[in-house]
Design a binder for this molecule. Structure first.
Ligand SMILES: Nc1ncnc2c1ncn2[C@@H]1O[C@H](COP(=O)(O)OP(=O)(O)OP(=O)(O)O)[C@@H](O)[C@H]1O
Length: 303
């Protein structure tokens, strides 16, 4: 079953004079996913989110939210945090949220629920000037949550935070995702995307270089290492592997060992079975799980 998309971007492009900030970008965010737009600084993530939210105009392309053209009704279903808002430092967390709630038409219950979600309910009467950056970021998230949006769009949500602040925001994102919200976040931190996202779109120089489920992108990069017993003739293993249809990118290593990549849906056990059926017994078999970082670097290098 194909998951329903919350957001679809079709052939989006944005130019600033000669700068092509976004080029021909097409992506789809499945409902219930935590979608990480990953890319180095200047790769076009903020521009993409800005266009999706209607605060920037695309030079070309279309945006669809919930299967429809953008509208005020659709916008009310989306909470966004593109930059940390300026809170009034002498007002309490609650008073600051009250101002945002008045603008959004959210009620008392919504303020209380948002404060609880971001775990600031017990500090709500303190002035914001005494808050850490992490607490301010959580308050900003509370503000984005007023109106109970189905989707949250966050630009670099952990930027500038210390490790505790990062862990708090990460846990919060995971809690919101567990409640069924779709979360779209931009980040240049691989680790962040790998830890919290179910899906990833890798951007580089304004273009989407790879996209899909994090698990699929990682599985596609697993490498299997294997070696036959010392009695095997040199080259036999590489030859046998090259003939297997679900194996690609076979590399011969020192002492006759080989490494390979698997087609999706196949495992190291399939390789073992196929070789054994040909009378080849393995002395060593292991899988190297590559990190998103390794994959990310490879995607960027390829482009
Ligand atoms: N208002 C603007 N005027 C001119 N160029 C811009 C403007 N906004 C962005 N750019 C350029 O567009 C490109 C993409 O920028 P964007 O901010 O979308 O990238 P990003 O991936 O979000 O990076 P960062 O993480 O640094 O914010 C960059 O080359 C940037 O310099």
């Amino acid at each position: 079953m194909v998951a329903e998309s919350v957001l679809e971007l079709q052939q989006l492009s944005k130019r600033y004079g000669r700068t092509k900030a976004v080029q021909d970008l097409t992506l789809s965010v499945p409902r219930g996913s935590v979608y990480g737009l990953l890319g180095p600084n200047g790769s076009g993530k903020t521009t993409t989110l800005g266009i999706a939210l209607g605060v920037l105009h695309a030079t070309a392309g279309t945006v669809r939210w919930f299967g429809q053209a953008p509208s005020a009704t659709a916008r009310r279903r989306i909470g966004a945090l593109l930059e940390t808002p300026n809170f009034f430092p002498y007002l309490s967390a609650r008073q600051n949220l009250q101002i945002a709630a008045d603008i959004k038409g959210a009620d008392e219950a919504a303020i209380q629920a948002a404060l609880q979600t971001v775990e600031l309910a017990n500090r709500q009467h303190e002035p914001v000037r005494g808050f850490s950056l992490g607490m301010k970021q959580r308050l900003a998230l509370a503000s984005a949550l007023l109106g109970q949006p189905e989707v949250l769009v966050l630009d670099e949500p952990t930027n500038g935070l210390d490790p505790t602040g990062i862990a708090d925001v990460r846990a919060l994102i995971q809690r919101l995702a567990a409640q069924g919200k779709t979360i779209i976040l931009a980040s240049h931190l691989l680790d962040e995307v790998q830890k919290v996202c179910t899906h990833v779109g890798v951007m580089h120089q304004g273009q989407l270089r790879a996209a899909g489920a994090v698990s699929a992108i990682l599985a596609a990069t697993d490498r299997v290492h294997l070696r036959l017993g010392a009695e095997a003739a040199p080259g036999v293993l590489a030859q046998a592997l090259a003939a297997l249809p679900f194996v690609h990118d076979v590399q011969t290593l020192a002492n006759g060992a080989c490494s390979l990549a698997l087609a999706s849906g196949h495992s190291a056990a399939d390789v073992n079975r196929a070789l054994f059926a040909q009378g080849l017994a393995l002395a060593h078999l292991s899988t190297e799980q590559r990190s998103l970082e390794a994959e990310f670097l490879q995607i960027i290098q390829k482009s």
